[in-house]
Design a protein around this ligand. Sequence first.
Ligand code: FEO
Ligand code: CA
Ligand code: CA
Ligand code: CA
Length: 601
Amino acid sequence: TGTFSRGARGLRFNPVAPNKNDVVTVADGYGQNIVIRWGEPILNGAPAFDPDNQTAKAQAGQFGYNCDYMAVLDMPHERHQQVLVINHEYTDEVLMFAGYDAANPTREQAEIAWAAHGLSVLVAAEDRRSGKLTAITRHRLNRRVTATTPFEVTGPAAGSELLRTSADPAGKRVLGTLNNCGGGITPWGTVLSGEENFNQYFGNAEKVTDPTTAARLKRYGISGGASERKWERFDKRFDVAQEPNETNRFGWVVEIDPFDPESTPRKLTALGRFKHEAAEPRLTDDGRPVLYMGDDERFDYFYKFVSSKRMMKGTSRAAREHNRTLLDEGTLYVAKFIGDSPAAEIDGSGKLPEDGEFDGRGEWIPLASGNKSYVEGMTAEEVYVFTRLAADKVGATKMDRPEDVEPSPRTGRVYIALTNNKDRGAAGKAPADEANPRNANKHGQILELAEGWNDPAADHFSWRLFLVCGDPEDPSTYFGGFPKDQVSPISCPDNITFDAYGNLWISTDGNALGSNDGLFGVATAGSRRGEVKQFLTVPLGAETCGPIVQDRRVLVAVQHPGELDGASVEKPASAWPDGPGKLVRPSVVAVWRKDGCDIGV
Ligand code: FEO
Ligand code: CA
Ligand code: CA
Ligand code: CA
């Protein structure tokens, strides 16, 4: 077999079959290399990875754990270099530390984990003949942001009483970012990163007696008892009983300027607080940025933010100063999806309604704008800090876990990955609706949203389901109308991105069909719309993250390889990437064509 196969331009490769290989398996004719592994030094002075003698200080100069979203930016004046900004979502202590005792972690282990969270900024060099990409360690732009790096809080809730703590009585300076999941690149060259499941880091919430505070903690999943990692033993800010407002300082979108290593990254309160998955931009015709954002929780919501300020073009100092304020002023909205088929035709089985499509219209419901609240009984500050509670009050649509979102650079249509929802239709839970049409939804769906007049600032939209995922032989699946005997099975869409041809690329997390997770490409227009093709699979226990599809290379972050029930350093479930007897290491992989040509042409 060769490199070529039929398919939409950009997707001409032979699909990879579902498998349980403990390696990264790529399409025929493609090669791969590891760009960077957990623990490799990226800053000046950082030591080589030595798992038997790991320290927090070493980790703070090394690539962090569990690489997730990646942003790739061109390096000015350097044609063959790129700047990567990479999220480190969380730590897997049992896979990081030999003999880890989950009931009694040591201070050093906690501090290593703080240093392994956050972000890496990393410059990488392209090979001129192939698509191979290699990290440039110790480049002047390389940077680590961790769970202890100072952040500035900006936007309308900065300084709010709800954000003040004993360490920060002004409510404007937070140490660290946690559980950074998806993200986005702004049109002015900064990178956004969403703080997702931050609830897991806080302990002792059951000791909070004030009922309002307790209800807010509960809505954000901050439950009682010790936290999984016991960080509250080593820093009281993780102890909710002692510092109840510290939790309110996480769950934001953060913005970082990768080209200024001295800059202070910021937490953007105008974008609301929830389990932020990602934040992906469009620009209005008059130059105002709009961000689309999902809250990754079963029955949570989809949001957008419309800035009231226009972007200044260029990279002058004045432009950079101005553009850093764009996401502080504007209006935050939440989405309501209204199906166009009779409710009786949506029976939870996934059977298509009589009009042949899961589709309808929708409304953007405003929540707050500056210091004005549109939600009865809540101040604007409360809307920003407790956005989920605001959205609960206004009749927003409860979705099947909004993961990544991506506007098509060709059409402006916005694609939303709704990864799964095992509780859809369960007793006491929301039943299936046209946008979330399957009860006990194991495989997820991808929704395509078209703004009114294709204006990202519009207050209404239309939508349809593009993919209803699963085994194509399962009658509840739908592949954009494409013949289902010609597509790859796909389950649990998570991170998504577009290539230069307008094809959507989808990485998966938690494949419920029994094979490893992977990366898939699918045409969104033309006669091949809906033809899903699998491009690669990742090793056992891993999730496929942060896909980037460039002309000559595909980049994926292989997150949590070997994370399977009961696995540990002593009983590994994967030997990737360094082989048997070595720790598993989350890593970034570049995939390219062995003949040096472009991907999928
Ligand atoms: Fe971190 Fe929603 O995945
Ligand atoms: Ca319909
Ligand atoms: Ca994306
Ligand atoms: Ca996921």
